[in-house]
Design a protein around this ligand. Structure first.
Ligand SMILES: [Ca+2]
Ligand SMILES: [Ca+2]
Ligand SMILES: [Ca+2]
Length: 344
């Protein structure tokens, strides 16, 4: 009986673990005690004190573990901390750059701004670029590399110029088959860790970074033979475990024998289409939903967050991590040239 009760309690705890937590995008605001509509933004004025087109500020760079962590995009050097890594991230994605940052596996994110509000005009309002490529279907059908990240937006409701307000997901083409309010905790590799090599031989350690999700499922970010000198867990984090929460997309791995591809999703995701298409990499603030799935009208936004939205190992390509190279505002005139895709 006691045993059964323990199981029951564990199930209840696990079942509640996947609901929204206060650290999750979408929970920045305390509930209002009276009848005030929390989504009435009509009294707020956009900050249009500058008119730049590209990223000017990175507020947070919080990658999840992954094969590029510490090694590159951006590289960690002894003595780096949250502030210096955030500055490196800014140098990489500010302006019209082709440098990039990697966000690590599921949940890792970057939060940035354009130095002024982004108005929600008719059509798409801004674009975010990654480093996605399609496979050439005729020659290399399994060489696509699309690593979808989701976009959250926020409005500086408390006017402190910081992204500490409620976050809204921009619901893309896969929203209705995605897992909402998911979370995963990653654990720093213990110092006495013994690698567990796998098959094929590129799997040099199948148990490098342990993770535990809100369902109680556990797994690992694996070390592969192309990245053996870094330790995959961001060195500058003081915590020995770190939790990320948000939207989880279905796996986009296509496998044919030993060959893997990461296929594209239609619209509404970062690092999912090559950068030669503005429209495929463009986002409309009107796609915003809160964590209950309610559509929210935002007249403008002040903050953008991009987060890796899959949790998967893709053979010799290793773990899947969204990359960001730059972002830009889309003017109202430019938006008129960008036709809607089905479902937009
Ligand atoms: Ca819009
Ligand atoms: Ca704020
Ligand atoms: Ca990528």
């Amino acid at each position: 009986m006691k045993y059964r009760l323990t199981i029951l309690l564990t199930m209840v705890l696990l079942a509640t673990a996947c609901v929204k937590s206060k650290d999750e995008p979408g929970n920045g605001n305390d509930p209002k005690p009276d009848n005030e509509d929390p989504y009435d933004f009509s009294a707020l004025q956009p900050d249009m004190s500058s008119d730049g087109k590209y990223i000017t500020t990175v507020f947070e760079y919080r990658p999840a573990p992954g094969q590029f962590a510490n090694e590159n995009y951006p590289a960690y050097q002894t003595g780096d901390n949250d502030n210096s890594m955030t500055q490196k991230a800014l140098q990489a994605i500010a302006d019209n750059t082709t440098e990039l940052i990697s966000l690590g596996v599921f949940g890792g994110y970057v939060t940035f701004g354009f130095g002024h509000s982004v108005i929600n005009h008719d059509g798409k309002d801004f674009a975010v670029f990654g480093n996605a490529l399609y496979g050439n279907k005729r020659v290399t059908p399994h060489l696509g590399s699309c690593e979808p990240g989701v976009v959250y937006v926020s409005i500086d409701k408390n006017k402190n110029h910081l992204p500490d307000d409620e976050w809204f997901l921009l619901a893309g083409s896969e929203y209705h088959r995605s897992r909402h309010n998911y979370s995963v905790t990653y654990y720093r590799t213990p110092s006495d860790h013994i690698p567990t090599p796998g098959i094929p031989a590129y799997r040099t350690d199948t148990t490098l970074i342990r993770w535990l999700d809100c369902d109680g499922v556990t797994g690992y970010v694996e070390q592969n033979s192309y990245h053996t000198t870094n330790n995959y867990y961001p060195n500058w984090y003081s915590e020995d475990h770190i939790t990320f929460s948000g939207e989880l997309l279905p796996s986009n791995i296509q496998r044919s024998g030993t060959s893997y591809a990461l296929h594209t999703y239609d619209w509404g995701y970062v690092d999912t289409h090559p950068n030669d298409s503005l429209n495929r990499n463009a986002f409309d603030i009107s796609w915003a939903v809160n964590t209950n799935g309610q559509k929210i009208h935002l007249p403008f936004i002040d903050f953008v967050r991009v987060a890796t939205a899959v949790l998967q190992q893709a053979g010799m390509m290793g773990d899947t991590s969204t990359e960001v190279t730059s972002a830009q505002i889309i003017t109202e005139d430019e938006a008129k040239t960008l036709p809607k895709y089905e479902g937009q």
